[in-house]
Each structure stands twice: as structure tokens, then as C-alpha cells.
Design a protein around this ligand. Structure first.
Ligand code: FEO
Ligand code: CA
Ligand code: CA
Ligand code: CA
Length: 653
């Protein structure tokens, strides 16, 4: 087993980079041809299609400093021992909620030697804080709310001596603790009499959801044959959620947590079966002797997805089909069961970001973060009706899943993943809509979706509904992820950000126009430590502060675009980038300014605010030194950090 923290993260980063998409590549000229054939007929409403930053107005605005960005830039942090969070003058960053902090009522005090057992962990904050959202209480929205926080995965320091293995098996007690540290925390937070935000404990709302929590299934896959296992012959009750990366919210105030790299948790030892089973092979379920990430299958049969003809429903061969979904959680009802919403389709889902039209029609955007995978949107059939909660929740069970095709002329199409259309038929391996959804990647291959450089978060501008996506990086383009206008760098070490406008500003439109918002990387003319000029593929188009590997992305209410980074800060090519960061961009002038730098080894991820934007929380995931321990000796802890302005003002202004 991997004991060492940085080795573990290097191994994990390598896993993230493995492409699985077998689609044939097409050349740039084919892309151009395809786009000509699809040239937009009938024109697109000008108002709806003009980019916020496009045209002459933007050009003349570039030289002026952004009026949106009102803070002083924070420099990159080059100190190899930096173990803190730095914010601009006039701001304050406080560690707010760390791995092991008490969540549920009887949670024991966290032990700095990691000796807490799995039952304690089930009541305490999980590890690797990621996507999150602040849900305000209606009677005091700026002073009282619930924070829902994802715990994406676990790190070796979860245990006193790291992760262990005996005779090829993981100890069950360790596996259970790892499962307990996954999932979601819901915590009540409020401002005290002194105006300081506090966690409320105990609270009837506080709740831990883990890889062991029973969940309901709804939509086309509920009760389906492909969801049945030896332990769940009805395909109706799934234990837990895994690798909860980013998230989303519904207009009716529920949390959508998203299952990203779930395939690393399963093993199918039957090489032939694995190769023939699209629902495993197209998603990279592990073969060989051990699952790629933690080897849980050696202690918990549920994670051994090798078909077992001696058991009902083949044992656990369908268990991997029960992950890769959106899970809806009602944070205000601690008794409610989380629901896996299968109409959204199954892939390695990074996020699920809402765009709400004036007429109540919606789209939920998400990226499939693997090299060469796609960008999707789910459009419910019905419309959101304020206050009609029963009606609204059912909206997530019926709708159309689309995948994006980006054409070289700057136009794009949303291709519907619908059984019976465009070759998604029984002869081609899609006998029903359930199979289309469970094998969404394979269905998208058939439709000619555009393979991307690892799509991470999306964000929707609060007024224009312009959509932005981070393409975090792709350091081995190879032949699986073709070079094209939308993924324009041969060796895309630093990633880029795209944006598009749906036709007429309508979230449900099937056509859009896109452009590259920026290429991340070093400034033009930059020189390395030896005075040599930085190679072209490492040079970006950023106007302002440099960064690499954009990942987290969100708009605040005034249209500032907040960008979070996730790069390996010990990698040679990243030396000029310092540690991971939070930056803020003006979508009109395209100026980017660095707002925060984090401790060594961490990723900066997750971002949410109170209504009015006077308190902001972000997450420091897998710091490497001792953050946030004050003694400098205890183990590093992933943590939620609260950011406020000393004068109580609006963040970023
Ligand atoms: Fe969990 Fe794609 O980041
Ligand atoms: Ca991410
Ligand atoms: Ca990432
Ligand atoms: Ca991460």
C-alpha cells in the first residue's frame, strides 16, 4: 500500500490522467468540414449570442483596470514550507471546519494520532473537503444557514500508520473508516452576538452521509435489472455515495452531490467479462488483482464486481452501475433519504450546475473529468414552479440528457442521448433508455460528441446565463483526445477556460456559440529560473495573474468569476506557479487577479457565500505539511476556510 502522502497524490494524479475513450480521433479538417455542414441556419438572436467580453467594447476595456475587482492581488507563494492561507489586505481567513470535527450529536473529540475508529469517523467530518453550498434559513438568510460539504476521498493519514495490507488484504476496520470518511457533511452555521460565524453543535440538522448510507434510486434505472445485486435484489436501495467531487443546487433548495472517480473503487478480475461489459470497460473499472485506489474489495465483497454465477444477480457485478450519478439531498430534512437521480446519466460526474430560465425551464450542466471525455447537460421536461415542491422534485426524473459537440467555426450543438434516435438502438447495444443512461459515455461516442481536455466545473453567469467551463489540463494528448479549436494546445499542461452562449439565452437550446475565454499558463515573454524563455505551450493568454490547471469555478451575484486551481505544486513545470490558488476574473475585461494562495500540496476547491456575499467559504483539500494544526506536528487536515472582510464588506469589491 502507498503510505507516503505525496507518493499517494502523485499516483492519484496519474490515475486521473488515464484516458478510456476509444472513439476514433478526427483531424482538424474533418472538424472544419463537420462544422460547415452544420452551419447555423436562420441566424441566432444577436442579443443572445454576443459574448460578454466580445466585440469592440471589450477591446477598449482591456487597458482599464476592472471595476469589478476591488482587492489587491496576492503574490504566488514560492516558499516550499508555506503552510497557511494568504488573502488580500483587509481580509481575514479562518479555519472553520476540518477533517474529524464533530458533526453528529455524539461525535467524540478527534484524536490527532488518527486513532478514532470507524464508528467515531461516521459522526465526524470526513476527509478531502470539495464542492459545497450554503443554504440560508429564510428568516435570517445572511446570519444563519446550513453548509453542505462533499468529502471526495481519503488520504493515508486517516490511519495512525497510513493504509495497511496483510497477506494481500485490507483490514476491514480500516476499510470501514475510509468508507465512513467519504460522502457529505451537513452542518448548521450561524453568526454569534459578536458577529462571528460559528458551527452549531449539537444541531438537529447536522448529518454525515457516507459510503455506507442507504440511498433511494429514482428515474429510468429505479428497480432496473442492471442495478440489482445479491444484497439488493430489487435494485432499489444503494449503499452510499463515492468520490463526491463538486455539486450543484436546485431552485427548490436541495443539494446535488456528484459521483466522480467511482470506477477506481471496483475490481472485475474476469478479463474477458471486463472487456465485453461496456458499463465497466468504458468507465475504466479496474482489472487484474486489485482495484486501483484502495483495494476495498479484499475486505468488502460489495466492491468485487467480478461476476459470480453462484449468487443472485451475479453477485456484485452490477454494483459499479450504482455509482456515477447525481444524488439529491434535502439539507433541511435530516430524516430524508438521499436519492440517486438516474435520468441525469452515468459518467464520472464532476458537478451539476443549474441554469434557470425566466419561464422556469432548466438545464443542469456537468463535465466528465477524464482525458477525452465530454460535457453534458440534463434538461428536465417540466418547468420549475416556485413553492410546488412535490412537482419540482419529480422534474429530475424525466428529461433529456444532451452531450456537447463543439465545431471549429465557433458554433456548437447539444446532441440528445435518446433511445431509438441517432443509432442508439438495440442492434448497437442500447436496447432501452436505461442502457443509454447507464452507458452514457458509449452513447455519446456514437453521437460524435467532442472529446475534451478534462472538463471540471461549470459556472453560469447570473444575468446573461453565459456558461463557463474549466478544462483543467491534458499533459499527454496522444491520439485519443484530438487537437482541435476547442482543445487548441498540443501539450496542454496548464489548461484553459471556455465559454458559450446558448441560442437566445435559453438553457434548453440545442445550439450555442463558444469561444476560448483564456488559456492558462505563464505570461507572454516569461523566463524561467535560468533566464530561458518559457516554451510556447506553457504560455497562456491570461490578462493579469498567472495560474495553472483551473478546476473549481463559480460566479458571485455581481458576475465576478471565481477560479480555483488544482496542479501538482511540486512538479518542475509548476515552479513559477507557487501553491494552489483562488483567483477572480472579470468576464468583460478578462482581467484575472489572484485572491488567495493555499498551503503546500493542497488543492483549493469548493466555494460558497452567504446571500449578499459578505462571508465566503472555500476548501483546502489534502494539504501536505501540518495545516491547520497549530503545533506543527499533528497530521494535515483538509479544511473549510471562512473568508470575511475586516470591515464587513462584500467580498471582492
Ligand atoms: Fe474531483 Fe475532477 O476533480
Ligand atoms: Ca475538481
Ligand atoms: Ca482537478
Ligand atoms: Ca481533488
Amino acid at each position: 500500500m502507498t503510505q507516503n502522502f505525496s507518493d499517494f497524490h502523485a499516483a492519484l494524479a496519474a490515475l486521473d490522467d488515464q484516458p478510456i475513450n476509444p472513439s476514433r480521433q478526427y483531424t482538424l479538417s474533418e472538424v472544419v468540414d463537420r462544422s460547415r455542414r452544420g452551419l447555423l441556419k436562420g441566424g441566432l438572436g444577436l442579443a443572445g449570442m454576443a459574448f460578454l467580453g466580445g466585440g469592440l467594447a471589450a477591446c477598449s476595456a482591456v487597458s482599464a483596470r476592472s471595476k469589478l475587482l476591488g482587492f489587491e492581488s496576492v503574490p504566488v507563494q514560492l516558499d516550499p514550507a508555506f503552510d497557511s492561507v494568504q488573502v488580500p489586505p483587509g481580509y481575514r481567513a479562518q479555519v472553520f471546519f476540518s477533517w474529524g470535527d464533530p458533526v453528529e450529536e455524539d461525535a467524540p473529540q478527534w484524536q490527532p494520532d488518527a486513532s478514532d475508529d470507524w464508528r467515531a469517523q461516521l459522526l465526524q467530518a470526513g476527509d478531502n473537503h470539495d464542492g459545497m453550498h450554503f443554504f440560508p434559513f429564510p428568516d435570517a438568510p445572511t446570519e444563519h444557514g446550513l453548509l453542505a460539504i462533499n468529502h471526495e476521498y481519503v488520504n493515508p493519514p486517516l490511519h495512525p500508520q497510513g493504509m495497511s495490507e496483510k497477506d494481500g488484504r485490507r483490514p476491514l476496520a480500516e476499510v470501514r473508516k475510509e468508507q465512513a470518511a467519504h460522502g457529505v457533511s451537513i452542518i448548521e452555521v450561524r453568526k454569534d452576538a459578536a458577529g462571528q460565524w460559528q458551527r452549531v453543535h449539537p444541531s438537529r440538522y447536522n448529518r454525515r452521509i457516507s459510503a455506507l448510507t442507504p440511498m433511494a434510486v429514482s428515474g429510468p434505472l429505479a428497480g432496473h435489472e442492471l442495478l440489482k445485486t445479491a444484497a439488493d435484489p430489487n435494485g432499489a436501495c444503494i449503499l452510499g455515495t463515492l468520490n463526491n467531487c463538486s455539486s450543484g443546487v436546485t431552485p427548490w433548495g436541495t443539494y446535488l452531490t456528484c459521483e466522480e472517480n467511482w470506477h477506481h473503487y471496483f475490481l472485475n478480475r474476469d478479463t474477458e467479462d471486463l472487456a465485453a461489459r461496456t458499463a465497466h470497460a468504458r468507465y475504466g473499472v479496474s482489472g487484474g488483482k486489485r482495484s486501483k485506489l484502495y483495494g476495498w474489495e479484499s475486505a468488502d465483497e460489495r466492491f468485487d464486481a467480478t461476476p459470480d454465477p453462484g449468487l443472485p444477480h451475479g453477485g456484485y457485478v452490477n454494483e459499479p452501475n450504482r455509482f456515477g450519478w447525481v444524488v439529491e439531498i434535502d439539507p433541511f430534512d435530516p430524516q430524508s433519504q438521499p436519492v440517486k437521480r438516474t435520468a441525469f446519466g452515468r459518467y464520472c460526474r464532476e458537478c451539476s450546475v443549474l441554469s434557470l430560465g425566466d419561464d422556469g425551464r432548466m438545464a443542469f450542466y456537468s463535465g466528465d473529468d477524464t482525458r477525452g471525455e465530454y460535457i453534458y447537460k440534463f434538461v428536465p421536461n417540466g418547468r420549475y414552479v416556485p413553492g410546488a415542491n412535490q412537482h419540482n422534485r419529480q422534474l429530475l426524473d424525466e428529461g433529456t440528457l444532451y452531450v456537447a459537440r463543439f465545431d471549429a467555426d465557433g458554433s456548437g450543438r447539444w446532441l440528445a442521448l435518446l433511445h431509438g434516435q441517432n443509432g442508439l438502438t438495440a442492434e448497437n447495444g442500447f436496447p432501452s433508455q436505461a442502457e443509454v443512461l447507464i452507458n452514457a459515455r458509449a452513447a455519446a461516442d456514437r453521437l460524435g460528441a467532442t472529446p475534451m481536455d478534462r472538463p471540471e466545473w461549470l459556472a453560469v453567469h447570473p444575468r446573461s446565463r453565459e456558461v463557463y467551463v474549466t478544462l483543467t489540463n491534458n499533459d499527454q494528448r496522444g491520439d485519443k483526445v484530438p487537437l482541435d479549436k476547442v482543445n487548441p494546445r498540443p501539450n496542454n499542461l496548464h489548461g484553459h477556460i471556455l465559454r458559450w452562449n446558448e441560442e437566445g439565452g435559453d438553457p434548453t437550446a440545442t445550439r450555442f456559440e463558444w469561444e476560448v475565454f483564456l488559456l492558462a499558463g505563464e505570461s507572454e515573454g516569461a523566463r524561467d529560473a535560468h533566464g530561458k524563455s518559457v516554451p510556447a505551450h506553457l504560455t497562456g493568454t491570461i490578462k493579469g495573474d498567472r495560474f495553472s490547471s483551473p478546476d473549481g469555478l463559480a460566479f458571485d451575484g455581481e458576475g465576478r468569476l471565481w477560479i480555483q486551481t488544482d496542479f501538482g505544486d511540486s512538479e518542475p513545470a509548476m515552479q513559477a506557479m507557487g501553491t494552489n490558488q483562488l483567483l477572480c476574473a472579470d468576464p468583460i475585461t478578462r482581467e484575472v487577479r489572484r485572491f488567495l494562495v493555499g498551503p503546500r500540496g493542497c488543492e483549493i476547491t469548493g466555494i460558497t457565500w452567504t446571500p449578499g456575499y459578505r462571508a465566503m467559504w472555500i476548501n483546502v483539500q489534502h494539504p501536505e505539511l501540518s495545516f491547520p494544526a497549530s503545533d506543527g506536528h499533528s497530521r494535515p487536515r483538509s479544511s473549510t476556510v471562512l473568508i470575511t472582510r475586516n470591515d464587513g464588506g462584500v467580498i471582492g469589491t
